[in-house]
Design a protein around this ligand. Structure first.
Ligand code: NAP
Ligand code: ZN
Ligand code: ZN
Length: 332
């Protein structure tokens, strides 16, 4: 379908989208698994491309620049969270799709499209080589969503970090935690991903369906980042935390996890926490960190009309490790 974008205002950057990654959140939203999907729904918040025009007051970007747009296209800009550069926690955050906007049709439309217009504050600079552009796209959500909690909970040398679920988020979590210097253990339900996880940077891999393998890691983790997109037994993982360890939930299933066993938490002062994407300065920091460490996503590029098949494969955990739409396939 044809959609419209606003003409760039004084602080706006107009971007020709080259690639857009496919996040599991897109699937939740497009299939109305989460409440409140607005129609027409144009998902996509892992956007990379080139600047085609800028407003009169834009100083930081010029036509031709390689840029990215992640999950946030606006926020209130004056609350404490915005002041701290944590626009992701601003009550007025405007997500890249499905959030209210004065622009037609009244809610934001995301990156499964050819062009987008975004206020300069929410535009990120890409410093990777241009050949890697498609593989940079997933950093804009999967990268920052794992980088932010790894940084906040101080993953690094001397820390043992678990990453649960080797999908789009999980495979980025493994690469980033490894680059931060942590000892990384990957948890997967897919035996077939065992070898891959090591190649991604995991020091060890646990098939979480195997109770003996799980038991061998009891009380050994400082931090676990759980990316699984479906409800599951959290106790199986909290029992693997050391005293004072934290499991951060970033997966956002459409229905709740079974309630955790309180004694598992209180007997070792363990925590279960949550984290949502990351702020704009932190997203730039993550992109620069990944450029410096040569980190990109492992991707499979698809044409726009292959989207339904991609969603089906994603539901089966059958993606290595992120689908990316080549938006040239949208041309008509
Ligand atoms: P994904 O690519 O589909 O990966 C999810 C992985 O979880 C799968 O590959 C699979 O890995 C594992 N898994 C285990 N059991 C599963 C089950 N029953 N159903 C589905 N997956 C299962 O998804 P993603 O894009 O990484 O997103 C993961 C979740 O994070 C989604 O709920 C998404 O909405 C959410 N999310 C949250 C944020 C945030 O800010 N907190 C940001 C982005 C996305 P194995 O094969 O290794 O078991
Ligand atoms: Zn996402
Ligand atoms: Zn704010």
């Amino acid at each position: 379908m044809e959609i419209t974008r606003r003409a760039p205002g004084p602080h706006d950057v107009q971007i020709e989208i080259a690639y857009c990654g496919i996040c599991h959140s897109d699937l939740h939203q497009a299939r109305a698994e989460w409440a409140g999907t607005q129609w027409p729904c144009v998902p996509g918040h892992e956007i990379v491309g080139r600047v085609s025009a800028v407003g009169a007051h834009v100083a930081g970007f010029r036509a031709g620049d390689l840029v990215g747009v992640g999950c946030i296209v606006d926020s209130c800009r004056h609350c404490e969270d915005c002041g701290d550069g944590l626009e992701n926690y601003c009550d007025g955050m405007v997500g890249t799709y499905n959030f209210p906007t004065p622009d037609a049709p009244g809610h934001t439309l995301g990156g499964y499209s050819q062009r987008i217009v975004v206020h300069e504050r929410y535009v990120l600079r890409i410093r990777h080589p241009e050949e890697q552009l498609a593989a940079v796209a997933p950093l804009l959500c999967a990268g920052i969503t794992t980088y932010s909690p790894l940084k906040h909970w101080k993953a690094g040398p001397g820390k043992t970090v678990g990453v649960v679920g080797i999908g789009g988020l999980g495979h980025m979590g493994i690469k980033i935690a490894h680059a931060m210097g942590a000892h990384v253990i990957a948890f997967t339900t897919s035996e077939s991903k065992r070898a891959d996880a090591k190649a991604l940077g995991a020091d060890d891999v646990v098939v979480s369906r195997n109770p003996d393998e799980m038991a061998a890691h009891a009380k050994s983790f400082d931090l676990i980042v759980n990316t699984v997109a479906a409800p599951h037994d959290l106790d199986a993982f909290t029992t693997l935390l050391k005293r004072d360890g934290t499991m951060v939930l970033v997966g956002a299933p459409a229905s709740p996890h079974p309630s955790p066993e309180v004694f598992t938490l209180i007997t070792k002062r363990r925590s279960i926490a949550g984290s949502m994407i990351g702020g704009i300065p932190e997203t730039q920091e993550m992109l620069d960190f990944c450029a410096e460490h040569g980190i990109v996503s492992d991707i499979e590029t698809i044409r726009a009309e292959q989207i339904n098949g991609a969603y089906e494969r994603m539901l089966k955990g059958d993606v290595k490790y992120r689908f990316v739409i080549d938006t040239a396939s949208l041309a008509f």
